[in-house]
Every structure is written in structure tokens, then in C-alpha cells.
Ligand binder design. Structure first.
Ligand code: CU
Length: 162
């Protein structure tokens, strides 16, 4: 009996350890999920970018209307496209529409959140508060972890000029 209890206790401890990461990788609010939010280092007064994977778990469509954050004077949703070898960005002025069950990844070289006019520098390891505002699901607060550029997956485009 003692032996069994000891084993159970050890298993419980192992489970707790495995399930207790230093920081949550996924944020959930009212039928939407936001996974792996991150940003890149950037100087105060400059521009920064935010990335994450967003899933609409509603039974109907939803729209990511905007993102709010106190770290920048203005926050926009951007989409990057390459035209004739030149990268261009345009603002998603009507937000991002998400079908029922759809998952969209914001990533370097693609869709991203643009922090325009940083009121503070973004340094590696910082956690940036932001709130995703959805038409149906409402407000989803997240924190973006600032990661070094060389932590990007191979092949990821990091160039981001304005
Ligand atoms: Cu941009």
C-alpha cells in the first residue's frame, strides 16, 4: 500500500511539473483561442510587430476587429504580400474575418499586428500586454513574449520595413 501511494504521489508530482509551464502558450476567451503570441525586439519610438495563431471555435463566423495595446501609439492589423519581388504591407481595415472553426496564423512575412510608435522599447524576454477584440467573442487579453530574431524557424522571413 505504501509503495502504491508513493508511486501515485510521484506520478502526481510529475504531472504537475509537466503541466506547469513558466508561461501559458495559449489564451482562451469566449470561443476563441490565441496560441503562441510573440513579438520581436524593437526600440522605443520605432515600430514593432506581433504574431500569434488565432482560432475561431464559434459555431458561426467571427471577425477580429482590432488589437489594442498600451505599448504603442497606434496598433493596426497588417497583411504582407510580395509584388514583383517587393514586400508590401497593407492594413486590414475591416479586420480579419474568421469562418466557424477557422485557424489563422500571424507570422513574419505574413499577417501581423503592427505596433506603430512604441512608447517603450521591446527587449528579449519582455511580455507585452495586448487585447484582441472580436465582433462576437468580445475581448481576449493576451501577453506577447518578446523573442530574439534568431529564434525564428528556418526560412521565416524577418525583414519588416516600413
Ligand atoms: Cu506592418
Amino acid at each position: 500500500m505504501f509503495r502504491l501511494n508513493t508511486l501515485l504521489a510521484a506520478a502526481a508530482l510529475a504531472t504537475v511539473a509537466a503541466c506547469a509551464p513558466a508561461q501559458p502558450a495559449t489564451y482562451a476567451a469566449a470561443n476563441v483561442a490565441v496560441a503562441e503570441p510573440f513579438s520581436r525586439p524593437a526600440p522605443q519610438g520605432g515600430n514593432g510587430a506581433g504574431f500569434f495563431t488565432v482560432s475561431n471555435n464559434n459555431t458561426g463566423p467571427d471577425t477580429l476587429l482590432r488589437v489594442e495595446s498600451p505599448v504603442a501609439l497606434r496598433v493596426e492589423l497588417h497583411e504582407t504580400s510580395t509584388e514583383g519581388g517587393v514586400m508590401r504591407m497593407r492594413e486590414l481595415k475591416d479586420g480579419l474575418k474568421l469562418k466557424a472553426g477557422e485557424t489563422v496564423t500571424f507570422q513574419p512575412g505574413g499577417k501581423h499586428v503592427m505596433f506603430l510608435g512604441l512608447v517603450r522599447p521591446l527587449a528579449v524576454g519582455d511580455r507585452i500586454p495586448a487585447t484582441l477584440v472580436f465582433e462576437r467573442a468580445g475581448r481576449a487579453p493576451i501577453e506577447l513574449t518578446v523573442k530574439a530574431r534568431d529564434a525564428a524557424p528556418a526560412g521565416g522571413k524577418e525583414e519588416h520595413a516600413h
